[in-house]
Design a protein around this ligand. Structure first.
Ligand code: CA
Ligand code: CA
Ligand code: CA
Ligand code: CA
Length: 544
């Protein structure tokens, strides 16, 4: 008996000695992983490791796991899922060379609760979920990575999480990002070639806020899909994205409860056909605002139902209807709806019954009707012109509407010319900017369509007689130059050109509002100088 107790004491002593002399549990702020290291690196107690799995056991909270170029998989010794259970940064050498491969199934990386985790510069590939955020109180930034080859690229499923997903390439998944709860800001990513949705916001309840900003979402089946299926709230903001070439729908905001969808300043183009849904650039069935988008070359432009405000969009050259809606109220303000319906006879605005407001729109050159409605609808101050079958069906033109060639810049540019009949021909409908971000109204009133055109000098007040002729000469030059520049402006105006335009505008305004024609003359000369600089930057020569 005595001997046995002595034995236990000896063993305990040896264990404590092992803990002291074997530094395998040492902790580091920075640990370094390279697949080229030998197996022994995972257990020798320093800050270098062969596997991420081993390195995670040796990094301090808030530390950084540096992962060299290489392939990290089960053959190397990685154990999936890789669990991250503390504040941490996982940083590869470069997404194209640091490859974490989960071997085809399961979850590659799981972020635990109560931690802030940044993951950057790695490829995550071959799993069912590549990155799972399912635990509460976790935060972080996922940036500059590649996600590929999975059912879900990034899966966010908890109310109490907030992640920024920035500048990643997410491809060859079923859903690139699968969002079911929480908060996410999704910016500057490329989501392409995913087999169902680029971004899937499908909530069974709970709260969700997802901001989708400045991404390229292309060649998926559906670009962005959202739905809320049980009580909860879902707010989706879609801004500044290019959403193109998705085979079914660009944006599909499905019928659901308590959902707010804001769709602004996107380019939505060339989204294709679906046999199940009536495919469209935007298929929207919720209260939503659809503003300042350029929606071209889709099967249909916008298909929508109920409580939608559609303002300041260019909706052009879609194969079927420009806007097609099933039930109201839909408010359609200041859109330019042009040249839709190449697939047959289709309308600028189409619906089967009434209950809508259609004000300040250009609706021109569509193959069917301009406005086709099956019931009462308030329409006024529109320019409805040159539509293939007729301008109106089911409703007559509002008293203040016109029917004249809107006079676009041309060549696919749907800005209006200064000579357009739409200039100052609209009414205050509560829209105080335009598709360019210009304020409304400019000049003598609200312009019809998506564009409010910059004002031009007209008549100078209180002229000083001696300077009148030379000032008038300069005024003509400024007017001519401005018109020429307007006609030659590219769709995307560079920042330096915009600065010059603003400066020119300021000089014109000064000339316009002063009572001193000497000062006005000087301001016009400054405007002309801006005009010369703009011509130089645009590589054009305007006659003066
Ligand atoms: Ca080591
Ligand atoms: Ca390596
Ligand atoms: Ca105006
Ligand atoms: Ca404008």
């Amino acid at each position: 008996m005595r001997k046995k107790i002595g034995g236990i004491i000896t063993i305990m002593f040896l264990i404590s000695l092992l803990v002291v002399i074997n530094p395998v549990n040492a902790q580091y702020t920075d640990v370094y992983v390279d697949d080229d290291y030998p197996v022994s690196e995972d257990t020798d107690g320093d800050a270098d490791f062969r596997t991420i799995t081993a390195a995670l056991g040796a990094v301090d909270p808030g530390g950084i796991v540096h992962i060299a170029a290489g392939t990290y998989d089960t053959a190397l010794g990685e154990v999936f899922s890789i669990f991250i259970l503390q504040d941490l940064t996982l940083e590869g050498a470069d997404a194209t060379t640091t490859i974490i491969d989960a071997g085809g199934a399961g979850t590659a990386v799981v972020i635990g609760n109560n931690c802030t985790v940044d993951i950057r510069n790695v490829t995550l590939q071959n799993a069912t979920t590549l990155l799972l955020v399912s635990n509460p109180s976790s935060f972080g930034t996922i940036s500059d990575n590649i996600f590929t080859g999975s059912t879900w690229g990034i899966q966010l499923t908890n109310n109490l999480t907030d992640f920024t997903i920035d500048n990643n390439l997410i491809t060859n998944c079923t859903d690139g990002i699968y969002f079911t709860r929480g908060k996410a800001t999704v910016t500057h990513n490329i989501l392409t070639g995913n087999n169902v949705n680029g971004i899937n916001c499908s909530m069974m309840g709970g709260t969700g806020t997802i901001d989708i900003i400045d991404n390229t979402i292309t060649n998926n089946v559906v670009g962005i899909y959202s739905v809320l299926m049980m009580a909860g709230s879902l707010t989706v903001t879609i801004t500044g994205n290019t959403i193109s070439g998705n085979t079914a729908v660009g944006i599909h905001s499905n019928f659901s409860l308590a959902t707010v969808t804001t769709i602004t300043d996107n380019i939505i183009t060339g989204n294709g056909f679906s046999g199940v849904f009536r495919a469209a650039g935007i298929r929207d069935e919720n209260p939503s605002n659809i503003m300042r988008n350029t929606i071209t070359g889709n099967w249909e432009g916008i298909i929508t139902e109920r409580n939608t405000t559609i303002a300041n969009n260019i909706i052009a050259s879609n194969n079927r209807h420009g806007i097609n809606y099933f039930s109201g109220p839909v408010t359609i303000l200041h859109n330019t709806i042009v040249g839709n319906g190449s697939a047959g006879t289709y309308d600028g605005i189409h619906r089967s019954n009434g209950g809508s407001t259609i004000t300040n729109n250009i609706i021109a050159s569509n193959t069917g009707y301009g406005i086709y409605v099956g019931g009462p609808c308030a329409n006024n101050y529109n320019d409805v012109w040159g539509n293939g079958v007729s301008d109106y069906f089911g409703v007559t033109a509002g008293a203040d509407s016109i029917s004249e060639d809107p006079l676009f810049v041309g060549g696919g540019d749907y800005h209006i010319l200064l000579s357009s009949p739409c200039v100052d021909a609209g009414i205050d409908a509560g829209v105080y900017d335009d598709i360019d971000g210009d304020s409304r109204p400019l000049d003598d009133g609200f312009d019809i369509g998506a564009d409010e055109i910059h004002p031009t000098p007209q008549v100078l007040a209180n002229p000083i007689a001696a300077f009148m002729p030379v000032k008038n000469y300069h005024l003509r030059q400024v007017n001519t130059c401005l018109e020429c520049i307007t006609e030659n402006l590219p769709e995307d105006v560079s920042e330096d050109v915009q600065t010059l335009l603003d400066e020119m505008q300021e000089h014109i305004n000064n000339a316009n509002t002063t009572g001193n024609s000497i000062y006005a003359n000087n301001e016009l000369l400054k405007a002309l100088k801006c005009c010369e600089d703009i011509q130089e930057k645009l590589g054009i020569t305007c006659p003066l």
